[in-house]
Design a protein around this ligand. Structure first.
Ligand code: ADP
Ligand code: MG
Length: 259
């Protein structure tokens, strides 16, 4: 059975998409069967895996609105060596169209249940808001990974996300756990970074990944070549950090499964 993980934080620019692409590609490089689901109409995760969002035949729109099976809508990313359920601007319409259908917040969950045995991990890139698309992601997920940039306003708005997670758990998806918090764009030379980092650890304890993702220009460059960092510059600090995060996630998974 696949472990379904949503990468979510309603703040934009905190590294959700970068984490989605590079964590997913690192898991795939670790012999895991991976499906990336791009729920953001901006299609940045799609493009970052070398798939032209303007030319995708099927997208997550078809799955959410028309109940197209994922087996039919997905495609293979050569660059990331994993399956992708792509997104593009069409998906903006899904958000509105979903409001008037049955099971509107369970469409992604239902679709994923049909391919659950084909993957070890499903990694979902959520848009930077708590809309119907994000709701579909969180209802489908077993766990949420929250990327956090250790800056002054990082904790602001976090309580809204935590409240939403709790509500979803209470009302519709009791499986939903906080899988982890990953510190992104980390710069230990800034004292603010270490302050906020300490606050995170105080709040989330061992849920904070030991791995930190440094600020690294290769991570920002790689998507413009349609490549995950490990294919663009395998030895770059960014690529190495996401491989370490994948290993840490796999170790935690083994422990969870043994418990
Ligand atoms: P989100 O999906 O949360 O909006 P992104 O992953 O798109 O955030 O990241 C926002 C911007 O910051 C992008 O331009 C991305 O390339 C850049 N970025 C993300 N993580 C890093 C990092 N660790 N080092 C350098 N640049 C980064
Ligand atoms: Mg994004």
């Amino acid at each position: 059975m696949a472990r379904i993980i949503a990468i979510s934080n309603q703040k934009g620019g905190v590294g959700k998409t970068t984490t989605t692409i590079n964590l997913a590609a690192s898991l795939a490089a670790s012999q895991q069967r991976v499906l990336l689901v791009d729920l953001d109409p901006q299609g940045n995760a799609t493009m970052g895996c070398g798939i032209d969002k303007a030319e995708v035949e099927h997208s997550v729109y078809d799955v959410l609105v028309d109940k197209m099976p994922i087996s039919q809508a997905k495609r293979f990313s050569e660059a990331a060596e994993m399956d992708i359920l792509a997104s593009n601007a069409d998906v903006t319409a899904a958000e509105v169209e979903l409001l008037s259908v049955d099971d509107k917040e369970k469409r992604l969950y239902n679709a994923l249940m049909a391919v659950n045995n084909d993957y070890d991990f499903v990694i979902i890139d959520c848009p930077p808001s708590l809309n119907m698309l994000t709701l579909n992601g969180l209802v489908a997920a077993d766990g949420v990974i929250i990327p956090m940039q250790c800056e002054y306003y990082a904790l602001e708005g976090l309580s809204a996300l935590l409240q939403t997670i709790e509500q979803i758990r209470d009302v519709i998806n009791p499986r939903l756990a906080i899988e982890g918090v990953i510190r992104t764009m980390y710069d230990p030379r800034m004292s603010l970074t270490t302050d906020v980092s300490a606050q995170l650890t105080e709040h989330f304890g061992s849920l904070v990944y030991r791995t930190v993702i440094p600020r690294n220009v290769r991570l920002a460059e790689a998507p413009s070549y349609g490549l995950p960092a490990l294919k663009y510059d395998r030895l770059s600090k960014g690529a190495v950090a996401y491989m370490a995060m994948a290993r840490e996630l796999l170790r935690r998974r083994e422990k969870q499964q043994a418990a």
